[in-house]
Design a protein around this ligand. Structure first.
Ligand SMILES: Cc1cc2nc3c(=O)[nH]c(=O)nc-3n(C[C@H](O)[C@H](O)[C@H](O)COP(=O)(O)OP(=O)(O)OC[C@H]3O[C@@H](n4cnc5c(N)ncnc54)[C@H](O)[C@@H]3O)c2cc1C
Length: 491
């Protein structure tokens, strides 16, 4: 295999992911862009994340409210806040948006699951703005993220769907139908009044912009579930508290409080009532694979520290000289590679689904219109109007088919729960073998064990993700139907 012009880290990625190396034979430019992203994340890992990860974890156990903004500011140098933002807007996302994201978060999380989550959760917050085709906000919010990043100022986004009374229930249509929803969006003149709470929101205490779901009629949550863009400085909005976390502490899990928050009509992402299929399901179909990559990164980090431990001498002997330890190491490598196969299988498929829309000349040509016009009031008003949204929706839906999103969701859920369970098993095994050891490697592995646990919970618990795989692949009772104005049953 030749890999001319590729950095050392890039060469290792091509060895670890032969499918990427094979693809590079056909699309060198596209794959080299991804390798560039991974190389940037590897440098961030070396220079920023690894030197702080352990101390930060310990400090945030004592002071859960503390937040290390420096880790965020440093991430700007590597364009990590632009990972999910389309290239036409100055971001990094193009043909291999999901694959690039997955490999980036594996790299970041191999240094620290918490820092990895803090950076990945931002892209999760960005995702509904992109997936809903809310292009009026692309030239404002997404543009601001890219421009401020160039100046070293992180503009953070967060995604809020979980409520105190509904966690699993908001992630699956069948459960949302009967879920006890607390958050309400009441229609008023010119917009909506939001009342209620969201909880466990990653990055919620730092974010400037939020993508948030709420029912416009709490007695019919599935039919009226709607995604809104909320700004931190909107009156009545606050983030009163953060959790004391067991793992991934570098990323806050915050409560969001809405007390008569007025959100204008222009801030509805997509249409009223399409928040499950056009919001949560399409986002989860894209993002659960990268969550598997977070788990894989945590497992890889633990493996690297465990391997270093096996080479240390204790009582004149090195653990790595024993066959049982060598077999354990081989098992660990096997589970990391199994994870990679699953999340890459998802991301290659997902990229093929989204690529059609995001690289199509019709889509790209809209950005030939000068920015002054794109940000003008009449243009924004058109994009936010029923017909403006319908046009973008029709274009997206032409390329992004229901059956492809269903398949993507199945592969994403499979990767998510398998990677998370494997990471939990690997970190647990490493700790068992190390025992109560005073090696400097042990606190890293213990932290990885706590970090890994949370990947089994967020983006749908592993139980829910197993049900999604059963429902999509085996029972075929869950078919994602992305609504749109030209489809039956949607206004
Ligand atoms: C570190 C962390 C970060 C997070 N970040 C975010 C974020 O950024 N944004 C956000 O919106 N949310 C976030 N969450 C919330 C997360 O998505 C929820 O915790 C998760 O969906 C589970 O919901 P719950 O905690 O209410 O548990 P519950 O829904 O109460 O579930 C409790 C248990 O019951 C099981 N269960 C529930 N219903 C069923 C069923 N029908 N069948 C079988 N088993 C079932 C679950 O699998 C689980 O084991 C985060 C959570 C954590 C821990």
């Amino acid at each position: 295999m030749t890999a001319k012009g590729v950095s050392e880290r890039g060469k290792k990625v091509l060895l670890d992911f032969p499918a990427l190396a094979a693809l590079r034979e056909h699309d060198r430019k596209g794959i080299d862009e991804i390798l560039g992203i991974v190389e940037g994340c590897a440098e961030y890992k070396r220079e920023v994340a690894l030197p702080r990860a352990l101390q930060l974890d310990q400090r945030m156990e004592r002071e859960p409210d503390y937040f290390d903004w420096e880790t965020m500011r440093e991430a700007c140098r590597y364009n990590i806040f632009s990972l999910a933002i389309p290239k036409v807007l100055g971001g990094l996302a193009e043909k291999y948006m999901i694959t690039g994201m997955a490999l980036a978060v594996e790299e970041l999380s191999s240094a620290c699951g918490g820092i990895g989550l803090a950076l990945a959760a931002h892209s999760l917050g960005v995702a509904p703005v992109i997936a809903s085709g809310a292009m009026a906000h692309w030239d404002t919010v997404l543009h601001e993220i890219v421009e401020e990043e160039k100046k070293g100022n992180p503009v953070v986004m967060a995604y809020g769907i979980t409520e105190p009374s509904a966690g699993t229930d908001v992630e699956e249509p069948e459960f949302l139908e009967v879920g006890k929803i607390g958050m309400e969006a009441k229609k008023v003149k010119g917009g909506y009044l939001l009342n209620g709470r969201k909880c466990f929101i990653s990055g919620g205490s730092e974010a400037k912009y939020f993508t948030v779901t709420a029912a416009t009629d709490r007695s019919r949550p599935l039919q009226t579930w709607t995604t809104f863009l909320v700004e931190r400085d909107m009156e009545g909005f606050s983030t009163p508290r953060v959790e004391l976390k067991m793992g991934q502490r570098a990323c806050h899990a915050a409560e969001l409080l809405f007390e008569d928050v007025f959100v204008p009509d222009s801030h509805v992402l997509g249409y009223e009532g399409d928040g499950m299929a056009n919001g949560i399901l399409i986002i989860m179909a894209a993002s659960r694979g990268p969550v598997g990559a977070i788990a894989t990164g945590i497992a890889r980090g633990a493996f690297e520290h465990f391997l270093a431990w096996t080479r240390e001498k204790r009582n004149g002997k090195r653990p790595i000289d024993e066959d049982r330890i060598r077999m354990t190491l081989a098992d660990m490598l096997g589970s990391i590679q199994e994870n990679r196969g699953l999340f890459l299988n998802h991301s290659f498929g997902g990229d093929a689904v989204f690529r059609g829309a995001f690289t199509h000349p019709i889509f790209l040509s809209t950005f030939l219109i000068p920015r002054t016009i794109r940000t003008s009031k009449p243009y924004s008003a058109f994009l936010n109007s029923y017909y403006g949204k319908a046009l973008v929706n029709a274009l997206f839906r032409y390329f992004i088919k229901d059956e492809d999103v269903t398949d993507m969701l199945a592969k994403a859920s499979l990767a998510k729960f398998t990677c998370a369970d494997n990471a939990m098993a690997l970190t647990s095994r490493a700790l068992e073998v190390m025992g109560a050891d005073d090696s400097p490697q042990r606190p890293w592995v213990e932290k990885a064990y706590r970090d890994a646990k949370l990947t089994q919970i967020y983006e749908g618990t592993n139980q829910l993700n197993r049900l999604v795989v059963y429902n999509t692949e085996i029972a075929q009772s869950l078919q994602v139907e992305i609504p749109g104005p030209f489809k039956k049953g949607v206004r």
